[in-house]
Design a protein around this ligand. Sequence first.
Ligand SMILES: Nc1ncnc2c1ncn2[C@@H]1O[C@H](COP(=O)(O)OP(=O)(O)O)[C@@H](O)[C@H]1O
Ligand SMILES: [Mg+2]
Length: 389
Amino acid sequence: MVLEHLTLKNFRNYRECSLNFGTGINFLYGDNGNGKTNLLEAISLLSYTRSFLNNLDSDCIYQGESYFEACGIYNNESGLRSKVLCRFSVSGKEFIHNNDKVNRFSTFLGEYPLVVFSPRDIKMTMGVPSERRKNFDMLIAQTSSVYLNDLRNYSRIIKQKNSLLRENKFTPRYQTAELRKMIEIWNGELAETAVKIIIRRLDFIETFRKILDSSFRKLINKNIEPIIRYECEYIGDDSVQVSPGEIKATIIETLRKKMEREISRGISLSGPHRDNYIFEMKKDDIIFDVKGFASQGEHKTFIIALKLSEYDYIRTNIMHTFKGNPILLLDDIFSELDDGRTEKICESMSDYGQVFITSPRYRYLDVLKEIFKGEISVFKVAGGTVKHV
Ligand SMILES: Nc1ncnc2c1ncn2[C@@H]1O[C@H](COP(=O)(O)OP(=O)(O)O)[C@@H](O)[C@H]1O
Ligand SMILES: [Mg+2]
């Protein structure tokens, strides 16, 4: 997919902006605080229906105004053009896809596949499990509406089960036996959906592990091996085959064991909403946890390798569609990296479709030009205006 044209109205520090992008690398440079990230945020909004920074839509309105608009014209690489328009005001957010109103945002996700690297992704390796879970859920969801649907169902079930447990804790209304029966009904539904989610995550991790390995090779010469593990209460080693029936039985059994604790705590204590992904690196035969032991540069390299792997994961999954390549957004990717790694990234750029790279430093353009032989479009971003140079 190629974003050919973008127009913004009252989006962040852009009053009005109309831009044509190149099909290769789009290099956006400018001093800090001028609107580079804001531009990528608008592009992510058009693909994800929300900002990759997880910001409130209302924050994106130019201060003092009452609405924003972002509109993208895409080319699916086989020449078919399409249009996505997002409008937000106090009365809500609206998406128009080729002149049709999008009624359910979940059916739209994945139409314009996109991967973003942002300095804030440091929370992927440093942060709590939910950051990693959310990230990979979003990734899998971009390639599978079935998975997205399962997630939505699951989250509805957990909400309802939690509200029953919470209500009961503060104002007990049911006999113990009656309460147990009600929880058991929720647990049955929970197990049903949880199995589907877990099976999908197991399938994902198996594919993703191989991709991550090769992304790492592209970035690092040294003998460092990435390790990624999926941690779920109901399964042991994530590479050992388990049948859906076995997983479901374990879930039911675990939920039964935890029921009393759940009742006394007033919250559900088990389920794939507590799953985790663990990142480790094997260096000179020693395995260490990325979160606790990696240097700042290693964190960043690990995350870049993750993001490039996400790209390959999506690409593999959409190969049989007409969507072409995903769009890649790299926000301030070069800062803090040594020259060797910067060059490796530049070398790998020929493997991707349309790419947006931001940097406060113009000199990275020279490095890029030296290594990358494809098309580079250059934009100067200053004070909410963007100039093609
Ligand atoms: N809703 C908004 N209205 C007006 N300006 C905004 C809004 N949100 C952010 N900004 C401005 O955008 C600038 C940050 O832009 P950003 O894209 O993050 O910069 P950078 O070029 O460093 O990536 C800040 O100076 C901020 O004041
Ligand atoms: Mg920025």
